[in-house]
Design a protein around this ligand. Structure first.
Ligand SMILES: Cc1ncc(C[n+]2csc(CCOP(=O)(O)OP(=O)(O)O)c2C)c(N)n1
Ligand SMILES: [Mg+2]
Length: 291
């Protein structure tokens, strides 16, 4: 049985005391215990930012790479070993700004990974510049006259472009978020969980402001209805629907033709193909000799 202490990390936590990121970490730990997922069956991936520090605080496999580049690394890890549960922890800047191009193409590819986006509507690590989710008009350290462009609604983009599981959680609703994370990790194919994570140091609105405006989606919301999902994903200025926004039957995952012909499980288990390698090396020799 997996227990929370299996994941106990020695790293000193660098988040501000009281940061809602702790709620996300707590929800994920609870999800891991509920799924009975041992640390050696999990691989976390992140880029740069406060959100991207989350893998430091769990004792398990992880890869902490460059800003905005978590997704291609995660796709590579999952491709090499599809038996690992691969989960990305990323920020609104990391995933939708610097990594926005990777996000779009990951939607198309549909790898079996889970992407958790801590949305605090700013670049928090670098002290509060506007991110792609900062509300229009908001004054920020660089946008001193207010943000001039409208925010990106990536969960809506995900609904439109092939993601078959899209959810929104709130860092202040730990058990609700835990349930979303469990369902997301178990979902075959790409799953996106965007988490409202107010920044208590550089944010303009307190946690309570968000708490008063989150609304749990109820039985009247059909996650299979794309129109309803889009409406929930876009939300309203003063209301943030949380829960499973969109869920439909899984679709084929990236690299399936490779998997069918070469290796079903991890690459290290694939039988060595000596003849194939020799043939490739011979073709290089031939190319070098004739070039
Ligand atoms: C290529 C590159 N550009 C910019 C930076 C500086 N930088 C580090 S973190 C960050 C923003 C992080 O914002 P977000 O992903 O929303 O995470 P948060 O800190 O808000 O959790 C930026 C711009 C960097 N490290 N690398
Ligand atoms: Mg951020």
């Amino acid at each position: 049985m997996t227990e929370m202490r299996d994941y106990k990390s020695e790293a000193e936590n660098q988040w501000c005391p009281g940061c809602p990121n702790f709620g996300i970490l707590e929800a994920f730990k609870k999800a891991l215990v509920e799924m009975d997922l041992a640390p050696n069956r999990l691989c976390l991936v992140s880029g740069i930012g406060q959100a991207a520090k989350l893998p430091h605080y769990l004792r398990c496999n992880f890869f902490n790479g460059l800003h905005g580049r978590a997704l291609p690394v995660a796709v590579g890890i999952w491709t090499a070993n599809p038996r690992l549960a691969t989960v990305v922890f990323t920020g609104d800047g990391d995933c939708y700004g610097e990594g926005g191009n990777h996000f779009l193409h990951t939607l198309r590819r549909n790898p079996n990974i889970t992407v958790v986006v801590h949305n605090n509507e700013i670049y928090a690590l670098t002290k509060g510049q506007a991110s792609p989710t900062t509300p229009e008009g908001e004054k920020r350290t660089l946008q001193v006259r207010g943000v001039e462009v409208p925010p990106l609604h990536m969960p809506a983009v995900a609904v439109l472009h092939g993601c078959t599981f899209v959810a929104r959680g709130f860092a202040g609703e730990v058990d609700h978020l835990k349930d979303l994370l469990v369902t997301a990790v178990k979902h075959p194919g790409l799953s996106l969980v965007e988490v409202i994570q107010p920044c208590i140091t550089f944010g303009t609105r307190p946690v309570k402001w968000y708490r008063d405006r989150v609304r749990k989606l109820g039985g009247d919301h059909d996650p299979g209805d794309r129109g309803a999902a889009l409406e929930a994903a876009l939300g309203k200025e003063d209301e943030f629907p949380i829960g499973i926004l969109y869920q439909r039957e899984p679709r084929p995952v990236f690299g399936r033709s490779f998997r069918e012909s070469v290796a079903d499980g991890p690459l290290y288990e694939a039988p060595p193909n000596g003849d194939g390698v020799r043939e490739v090396l011979r073709s290089f020799r031939f190319a070098a000799a004739s070039g």
